[in-house]
Design a protein around this ligand. Structure first.
Ligand SMILES: [Zn+2]
Length: 208
C-alpha cells in the first residue's frame, strides 16, 4: 500500500531520516551525533514496516537518543523511538549478528520497533471507547498483544511456535516481544517467514 502522507518520499530507497522529516515526524537534534548509516538503516526498517501495514509514517511521533543501556532501541506508548547512544555511536556501519532475535541488523531493530508501533496503532483503533489511562494499561499489561497472538493462533490452525529466543512466549508481557519479533521476521523473509510470523502479521492486519 502506498497511501498516507509522506509516503511518496518514503519509497524507492530514499533515506529513512528524510522520509520521516517529510512526514513531519520530530527528529531530535542529538540524532546528529550518532552514526548516520545505522540510524538510517533503522529508520528504513521502521518506514518499510509502516508502509507494509499501510499506516501513516507519522504513527512514529518522534526520534530521539537515550543513555539507557537496557536496549538498542525502544518505543514508548506515545510512538517515540529512542535509540541507544552507546550502540548507535558505533563506528561500524552494521551491528554484530545476534542469534536471539529474528533480525539483529540495524534494519531489523527498526522493523522490530515498528512492530510495537503497528500493534499499538491497532490497539488504539480497536479500543476507541477506552480512556487514555485504560489504553495505557492495556498496552503495558500485554493484554492487547496476547489478543493479537490468540487471533494469530486461530489463523494458524491452533498453534504458534517461538519466532526467536527473544520472541518465544505468548504469556504475560512477553507477548509484546513475540508480536514484534513476528513482524521483524516477516519484514526480513516475507513469504519465507515462519508460519507463526506470517500469522502474526495477518492477525495484526485484520485489526487495521
Ligand atoms: Zn521490543
Amino acid at each position: 500500500m502506498m497511501g498516507g502522507r509522506g509516503s511518496s518520499s518514503g519509497m524507492s530507497g530514499g533515506s529513512g531520516i528524510s522520509s520521516f522529516k517529510g512526514a513531519r515526524v520530530r527528529i531530535e537534534s542529538d540524532i546528529n551525533g550518532l552514526n548516520k548509516a545505522l540510524v538510517n538503516k533503522t529508520l528504513n526498517g521502521v518506514r518499510d514496516t509502516l508502509n507494509e501495514f499501510g499506516i501513516p509514517l507519522n504513527t512514529l511521533n518522534g526520534v530521539g537518543v537515550t543513555d539507557s543501556k537496557k536496549a538498542m532501541a525502544s518505543v514508548n506508548g506515545f510512538g517515540d523511538l529512542s535509540l541507544s547512544r552507546t550502540e548507535y555511536s558505533s563506528k561500524n556501519s552494521e551491528f554484530k549478528k545476534a542469534n536471539h532475535v529474528a533480525d539483529s541488523t540495524a534494519y531489523g531493530i527498526g522493523t522490530h520497533e515498528a512492530g510495537h508501533l503497528v500493534s499499538d496503532y491497532a490497539m488504539h483503533k480497536n479500543n476507541k471507547g477506552l480512556s487514555v489511562l485504560e489504553k495505557a494499561n492495556m498496552r503495558k499489561s500485554g493484554k492487547w498483544d496476547r489478543q493479537v497472538l490468540k487471533t494469530a493462533k486461530k489463523m494458524n490452525g491452533g498453534s504458534l511456535s517461538a519466532v526467536s529466543k527473544y520472541g518465544s512466549s505468548s504469556k504475560g508481557k512477553a507477548a509484546h516481544e513475540m508480536v514484534a519479533e513476528g513482524v521483524s521476521e516477516y519484514m526480513r523473509k516475507g513469504k519465507n517467514a515462519s508460519a507463526t510470523s506470517r500469522a502474526i502479521v495477518k492477525a495484526l492486519k485484520s485489526y487495521l
